[in-house]
Design a protein around this ligand. Sequence first.
Ligand code: FEO
Length: 144
Amino acid sequence: MALSKKMEKILNAQVEKEAYASQLYLSMATWAEVQGYEGISLWFYAQAEEERVHMMKFIHYINERGGHAIVPALQQPPVDYKGVKAVFDAPLEHEQMVTAAINDIVALSLQEKDFTTNNWIQWFVAEQLEEESSVQAIIDKLAM
Ligand code: FEO
């Protein structure tokens, strides 16, 4: 069964969120690299790659289910950050927003009885838990 128009739309909105997350982390990576924070920049470069993989998963899923995945225009992410703490607070906030968006997709899948999407999106439910806790762990370490 093909995706509903409503589901296709919310999944395409998620393509944009994942793509923006990738650009945001890339911007943080290049900022950290320029500041000389080598380890931090490597972490953000790796996150940027992961978010691109997430975006690709959504693109392939939408097309596989009879929809049309749209490559979005993106806003420019912030260029400068006030310091190491600021550069880690922003991703936590961003990941919490992404988790809420994933939860909205779960809710719609249940409402529409689209159990294929419900099953598929569970990978992201688990991934968000992991991402939020890994960013939180870094923030906790920085606070120490
Ligand atoms: Fe793809 Fe970090 O959410």
